[in-house]
Design a protein around this ligand. Structure first.
Ligand SMILES: [Zn+2]
Length: 193
């Protein structure tokens, strides 16, 4: 007799009846995963899919999510954004992605000429690609309009400059301390980003 994986009683209670229910079929997992991906307006990682499923009272482990994603990718129903290790429903031909490293938004694009050029390159070089993908990691237009949050490099340079100035006797220690004090909250806020 197989072990009772739910830990339910064997007294005919509701929990015991649940334990006798057959395991969920792969098709059900696939439907659950593709449904969650379609509901999302952003690509989801396997762990995010498992978390969202739990929020809908559906138990699915990350391993089961990965298996479902593997099947769905084989059916061309899902595509993967490598830079984010995340998945989204596939529409038609494989696409390229512009991925924002700040807000993690993804802008899909299709450039048949790019695909054709890559295939041509593989033919000429004798390279056999398992998959051809085009992904760019950068800053989207919205994020580019916001002032850069990070001037950690500048703060570090100022700290070094203040230290050098003290060593040279060019800057009184009290003034350098004031300078470092002004920089510190900025450095802490940068560290938390
Ligand atoms: Zn962005």
């Amino acid at each position: 007799m197989p072990p009772d994986r739910t830990g339910a009683d064997s007294d005919g209670s509701a929990s015991a009846q649940r334990s006798r229910r057959p395991y969920r079929a792969a098709a059900e997992f696939d439907a659950l995963v593709i449904g969650l991906l379609r509901q999302s307006n952003a690509p989801l990682t396997a762990y995010e899919i498992a978390r969202r499923a739990r929020a809908h009272q559906c138990r699915i482990s990350p391993t089961q999510v990965y298996r479902a994603l593997h099947r769905l990718m084989a059916e061309n129903a899902v595509e993967r954004v490598e830079l984010l290790a995340a998945y989204l429903p596939r529409h038609g031909e494989p696409r390229g992605f512009l991925v924002c490293r700040r807000c993690r938004s993804v802008m899909p694009f299709t450039l048949p000429a790019l695909q054709a050029a890559a295939r041509g390159l593989c033919r000429t070089t004798g390279f056999r690609p398992a998959r051809i993908l085009f992904e760019s990691w950068g800053i989207c237009r919205d994020c580019a309009q916001v002032p850069p949050p990070s001037i950690g490099g500048k703060a570090l340079m100022l700290l070094i400059a203040a230290g050098a100035a003290i060593a040279d006797g060019a800057l009184p220690q009290s003034e350098a301390a004031a300078c470092i004090f002004a920089i510190r909250p900025l450095s802490i806020s940068l560290a938390r980003r």
